[in-house]
Write a protein that binds this ligand. Structure first.
Ligand code: PPE
Length: 333
């Protein structure tokens, strides 16, 4: 495996497909693929970082489990289990030639070219599994992690859980995200925040959201049509370890304007401060103290400089030395 330079992107030249590594150029689908017409895909986004003990994938098990959960919701029969998919991800990062990268596993309804089946009914189509990897910089811009971003509240409502369940990270959900994102960009914002069908704060097009009020962390509950974000979960665990109270509750739109601090969480966005909403300055209009504290601990954990809360095994080293293996096994006991 090697790294391909495509324009400004550094991409791992191999892609894992249904149990084997193939060339990037061969990882193509037919235009009559079910997923293209009907949005029948589920996916993940995972980051690997150059940690102190070597390159490590952040919360790989949880991401692969969520991928399998998403597939389960959509009755996709995946031939590979959590261990096999995790191993494929490890090999892709280990041999891919990038110290840090973003992994994109995707499972979708494909096309059997010998026995095509068209129409909404997904069942006759094969299930294809892929994992690609590339070097993805800062999601909301280089300055974002320190300076914060300007966002708007979207006029689009997050899809309710009994229409497209947010617990599943399905490709189709991202048509809703695209409406939110396009509206935001055309309005001169970096990102949009959607309200749920009850009018309460839900999430960004590709991030969960947190408020800080009087030193307390407030975030919408899973019932607000949000993806159960793994970064969200990490931030909650870190906050609890630091003695910061965390409240999961319904949040009104206006509370966004009045928060002391506001930030997004996500694999791509990491922890990104929000400095204004609908052109109303949030707090001091720059990254707040609590946000900074959480960011610092988050990156210390990611880079292996500090153990995860409760010594949880959040890092999967791709070149595991015997020493690390023992440490991980002990942490898992
Ligand atoms: N909500 C949504 C809608 C979402 O897409 C993400 C991740 C999150 C919350 C945060 O989840 P987690 O990554 O587990 O903390 N969005 C992924 C895709 C972004 C993209 O543009 O593609 C991501 O951050 O990888």
């Amino acid at each position: 495996m090697a790294v391909k330079d495509v324009n400004t992107m550094k991409i791992v030249s191999k892609i894992w497909r249904n149990g084997a590594f193939i060339d990037w150029d061969d990882a193509r689908v037919h235009v009559m693929t079910h997923a293209i017409h009907y949005g029948s895909s589920v996916f993940e986004g995972i980051r690997a970082y150059k940690a102190e003990g070597g390159t490590a994938i952040f919360r790989l098990t949880e991401h692969i489990q969520r991928l399998l959960n998403s597939a389960k919701v959509y009755r996709m029969d995946v031939k590979y289990n959590r261990a096999e998919l995790s191993q494929a991800a490890v090999e892709l990062v280990r041999d891919g030639g990038l110290d840090e990268c973003y992994l994109r596993p995707v499972i979708f309804r494909g096309l059997n070219e010998e026995k095509p089946a068209f129409g909404v009914n997904p069942f006759p189509n094969p299930i294809d599994c892929y994992i690609a990897a590339w070097d993805w910089g800062k999601y909301l811009g280089e300055e974002a992690l320190e300076a914060g971003v300007d966002v708007c509240v979207s006029s689009w409502t997050r899809t309710p859980a009994n229409s497209l369940p947010a617990v599943a990270k399905a490709g189709a959900n991202y048509m809703n995200s695209q409406l939110i994102k396009m509206e935001a960009i055309l309005g001169g914002f970096s990102e949009g925040i959607a309200l749920d069908d009850r009018g309460y704060v839900s999430e960004g097009s590709g991030e969960n959201i947190f408020l800080v009020n009087n030193g307390k962390l407030i975030t919408p509950p899973l019932g607000a049509s949000i993806l159960p974000g793994i970064t969200r979960d990490s931030v909650i665990a870190i906050a609890k370890e630091l003695g910061i109270e965390v409240v999961e509750t319904s949040i009104q739109r206006a509370a966004l304007y009045l928060a002391d601090e506001l930030f997004f969480t996500g694999t791509a966005a990491e922890i990104t401060p929000i400095r204004s909403v609908d052109r109303i300055t949030v707090g001091a209009g720059k990254r707040g103290e609590v946000t900074k504290q959480l960011q610092d601990v988050f990156f210390d954990v990611i880079y292996g400089r500090r153990p995860a809360p409760n010594n949880a095994a959040w890092l999967t080293y791709v070149n595991e030395s015997e020493e690390q293996k023992t440490a991980t096994a002990t942490a898992n006991e």
